[in-house]
Structures are given as structure tokens and as C-alpha cells.
Design a protein around this ligand. Structure first.
Ligand code: MN
Length: 132
């Protein structure tokens, strides 16, 4: 079964890149371009994974994460914050808001998928018994 991944991101280039990488590795990608739309879509589709930009229109990523965690059907879904903030403390803020982890922009296509899979709790041998 395909991993249903919701990407909440207002930047077209990052949306394109992350969608492209995830679709190529077999994810079923859903897209939302602002925080409110992301919350609505998450409640509708109940994704397996959420990628969450922090700087978003209408509702920032911290508030989106808090809102998602209040919903019992969404409380266990891995949320990975995607942010360009390089300030110390932002990782902690994202984790406090309910995110499971943090990936910094710019997205590095060479390491992005490995990081994403680690948040899905997949053993590398699960999809590829011969190893990577
Ligand atoms: Mn943004």
C-alpha cells in the first residue's frame, strides 16, 4: 500500500521538489498551500505522514501541528517540520508543537528520502531485503 503523504507548503519550488521526490519513491502525495487548508485536508484524508512548512499563510506550522495533535485520529501521525529557519530553538519549538522531527531547507535531494523514511519507522530492509 502506498504511503499517503500530505505536504503543507506555500513555496511552489519546494512543493514541486518534495512532491517529485516522494512520488518517485512511491508515495501518494496530497498538497496544501496554507496552514488552514492543510488541517482540513489532513482531517479528510488521514495521511500516514505530514511534511509541514513552518512559515505558512493563514496559520503557521507550529499552530498547524498543535491543531493536528488535538485530533485523536491524527495524534499519532509523524509530522516532519520543513523550515528555513536556522535560528537555534526552532527545532525545539517544532518538537514542542508536536512535530516528530525537523528537516532544514534547502531540501537536499540526496538525503531527503532517507530522512523521510526514518520518520515512517521503516527498517531499511523492509523495502529492500538486499540492503541499500
Ligand atoms: Mn513557507
Amino acid at each position: 500500500m502506498k504511503t499517503k503523504t500530505l505536504i503543507i507548503e506555500d513555496n511552489e519550488n519546494n512543493m514541486y521538489l518534495t512532491s517529485f521526490l516522494l512520488e518517485n519513491s512511491g508515495h501518494e502525495v496530497y498538497q496544501a498551500y496554507d496552514g488552514q487548508a492543510g488541517v482540513v485536508l489532513a482531517k479528510e484524508i488521514i495521511p500516514d505522514l505530514i511534511l509541514l512548512d513552518i512559515q505558512l499563510p493563514k496559520m503557521n506550522g507550529y499552530d498547524v501541528a498543535r491543531e493536528l495533535r488535538r485530533d485523536r485520529s491524527l495524534s499519532a501521525i509523524p509530522i516532519v517540520a520543513i523550515t528555513s529557519y536556522a535560528m537555534p530553538g526552532d527545532r525545539e519549538k517544532a518538537l514542542e508543537a508536536g512535530c516528530n522531527g525537523y528537516i532544514k531547507k534547502p531540501i537536499n535531494p540526496d538525503t531527503f528520502l532517507v530522512k523521510i523514511e526514518s520518520y515512517l519507522g521503516k527498517d531499511a530492509t523492509e523495502n529492500n531485503p538486499a540492503g541499500r
